[in-house]
Design a protein around this ligand. Structure first.
Ligand SMILES: Nc1ncnc2c1ncn2[C@@H]1O[C@H](COP(=O)(O)OP(=O)(O)OP(=O)(O)O)[C@@H](O)[C@H]1O
Length: 127
């Protein structure tokens, strides 16, 4: 039975199963992914402890989700490059470097967002 012959419900279910497989794979095999999940959970815990406002949760969750999504896209690109260009190739290297640069830019802004949200709470505790 071809993919198109499956019922809509089965295609939906399979889609979730494949996506779940991808998430588990990224978590198991990508060191940076585990790093981002750890700091994301730490930020959520800090948000609970500090009792941050709804709008702050919105910004924080967007920052965390964006970081995880970007890291997964970067990992997928790395694998694709390794598949199509296992030998040294300037363009292949450029693709990896640009994707890594995108992750770095997002990570820097995510840290800035974290500091902007939590700094006032930490400041209050310390003073
Ligand atoms: N096929 C290739 N051709 C040219 N340069 C490459 C190639 N593969 C990797 N490179 C260069 O080496 C760098 C590191 O590549 P690598 O695949 O080890 O990624 P990484 O960021 O170390 O991955 P990981 O997240 O698994 O640690 C790339 O950013 C790129 O500059």
């Amino acid at each position: 039975m071809g993919y198109r012959d499956k019922s809509v419900l089965k295609r939906w279910k399979d889609g979730f199963i494949f996506a779940g497989k991808g998430i588990r794979l990224a978590f198991r095999e990508e060191r940076h992914m585990r790093f981002h999940v750890f700091f994301g959970l730490a930020a959520v815990l800090l948000g609970v402890v500090c009792g941050i406002a709804l709008w702050q949760w919105t910004v924080l969750l967007l920052a965390i989700a964006g970081m995880l999504v970007l890291e997964m896209v970067n990992s997928a690109l790395e694998r694709l490059v390794n598949l199509v260009s296992p030998e040294w190739n300037k363009t292949a290297g450029d693709v990896k470097d640009i994707a890594a640069g995108a992750v770095l830019i997002y990570a820097v802004f995510a840290v800035i967002i974290g500091v902007m949200i939590f700094m006032p709470f930490l400041w209050e505790w310390l003073s």
